[in-house]
Ligand binder design. Structure first.
Ligand code: ZN
Ligand code: ZN
Length: 350
């Protein structure tokens, strides 16, 4: 079988290798699609602390496929089932896991990071993942192309829950990449009265209306803060979500929120730019709640699949291109070079 092996910074190669062997509690997945995430790009360019030098790793954590075989002790899963795989596996025993937040477990494992992921034809799903519920069935009527976006959707689901969007809220989303467009949809589903979408790339911005954004702002052409204050009768936004990796946007978010505003600094920042001076008096005098979220837990992953199955979220049109595994480096370049406005996916015999 073919697999894309990552060996270190900007070192990745598609090679032939044996199909992984599985043990009695493990599952072998025939991968159908694995989409490229910003995290994959970051690992490719900067490495990851869970991938020590000298390690060979298959990246890719947004994976769907068909179960090829199951170990003798696996219950409830069978060959032929169409499934998505939640990437993060908690230890199952620490307090964070027991509270249901497996992705925040200090000892987490993750496909595509500490375990081989989906940029290969066959992927082994390890026993802890099988037993804890990382494998989620894809409902009839949901295509693989839709299901492959359940992971990013679940991260957005988590992000939106954390700022508790309520009916009549004015929500500002900064960044109209695939994640920003999912945030737009989730904010509307949660009952936001008005979603204001901000994006400097005009092509991305104009798509926002189709996904439910009520007001489109290009901050390189007009002042975002004035638009928000005009749209809110001078009050400022109830919720601000930064769906981009720009430090200055995090500073700006505090200015855009009104009194009691809730802010999610959703997009992680590039290495070396993580320390951002914030005017904490804005938090103080407006009694803001500032948080950030990462990944999603098992429950949120399942709920997100249900949302896709119910047709409440448009995911398929967020995919702009499918590449074969052999062209994975071109696909990575496309995403890294900001040439893509949407999701780029690696596909196997589609
Ligand atoms: Zn991801
Ligand atoms: Zn744990």
């Amino acid at each position: 079988m073919k697999k894309a092996v990552y060996r270190g910074i900007r070192d990745m190669e598609v090679v032939e290798g044996p199909v992984p062997q599985i043990g009695p509690y493990e599952v072998l997945l025939q991968v159908k699609y694995c989409s490229i995430c910003g995290t994959d790009i970051r690992i490719y360019h900067y490495g990851h602390f869970k991938i020590p030098p000298g390690t060979e790793r298959v990246l890719g954590h947004e994976v769907v496929g068909v179960i090829a075989s199951v170990g003798s002790e696996v219950r409830g899963l069978a060959p032929g089932m169409r499934v998505a795989v939640a990437p993060n596996i908690g230890c199952g025993q620490c307090e964070v896991c027991l509270r249901g937040w497996n992705q925040l477990c200090p000892d987490y494992q993750a496909f595509g990071i500490s375990l081989d992921g989906g940029f290969q034809e066959y992927m082994k799903i390890t026993a802890p993942a099988v037993l804890r519920g990382n494998i989620v069935g894809i409902p009839d009527g949901v295509s693989f192309e839709e299901a492959v976006l359940v992971e990013p959707l679940s991260c957005v689901y988590n992000g939106v829950e954390a700022v508790d969007i309520r009916a009549a809220d004015v929500v500002v989303i900064i960044g109209a990449g695939p994640i920003g467009l999912l945030h737009v949809q989730m904010a509307k589903l949660k009952g936001a009265a008005k979603v204001i979408l901000s994006e400097t790339v005009e092509e991305r911005l104009q798509d926002g209306a189709r996904f439910g954004a009520d007001v489109l702002v290009n901050p390189s052409k007009e002042d975002l803060k004035s638009v928000i204050f005009k749209e809110t009768g001078g009050k400022g936004a109830d919720v601000v979500i930064t769906a981009c990796s720009v430090p200055a946007v995090q500073q700006r978010a505090l200015e855009l929120a009104g009194v009691f505003g809730r802010i999610n600094l959703f997009g992680g920042l590039p290495r070396g730019q993580e320390t951002v001076p914030l005017n904490t008096n804005l938090i103080h005098y407006k009694q803001l709640k500032v948080t950030a979220t990462t990944g999603s837990n098992y429950h949120q992953f399942r709920r997100s699949m249900e949302l896709i199955a119910a047709g409440r979220v448009e995911v398929k049109s967020l995919i702009e291109g499918i590449y074969r595994l052999e062209s994975i480096k071109d696909a990575f370049e496309r995403v890294a070079g900001k040439a893509s406005n949407r999701k780029v996916v690696i596909g196997f015999d589609w």
